[in-house]
Design a binder for this molecule. Sequence first.
Ligand code: HEC
Length: 170
Amino acid sequence: MGDVMKRMILLSLILISAVFLSGCAESDDAGVSDEVQVEVSADELYSEITSNGGYKKWALFPGTEELAPGAGVHGDKVSIYVSNDVSAAIDAGDTIMPFESVIVKEGFNSEDQLEELVVMYKVEGYDPDNNDWFWALYSPGGAVSAEGKVDGCINCHEKKASNDFIFSGA
Ligand code: HEC
């Protein structure tokens, strides 16, 4: 092989590896997200909503009753409780709840036994694409079955995107 040929092969190898390396560097950059990660814990949330008498002392979702017939998704009967800021916002006619809003729903079977607890908790910056709700599903004793940006919850509740992902009162 002539010297010129060797040099050309060497040059092409250098060029190829340069392209390769810069390609890798680019994909590394793309992997670094500048999205803010807001951490929320379903266990902590459960302590919050059950301490000092807990959500049972809160108001019912305006216009709803205890053990009202449910749509069948969250139990035969449902009781929906709201934190103060939710009551105030709904009374004021708002369709977007303020940050720190909490909505707790008890789901019962036809014998009025509690079967599950579902909670929506609005946290600033948690999930801007879906109105910043943190979703949680608990057993009656408070064991966490699902939490976070739960696709199952969001996919159904987004039917009420125009009402801040809330079915009740919509
Ligand atoms: C297939 C649809 C569907 C899915 C999936 C679903 N929900 Fe619901 N959710 C409803 C409906 C309908 C209501 C209205 C009350 C009722 O009939 O039970 C509701 C009510 C609620 C409420 C009371 C506030 C409101 O919107 O009225 C909370 C809190 C809640 N769901 C949380 C959750 C969580 C957490 C999940 C996921 C673990 C979830 N939901 C999954 C349909 C759904």
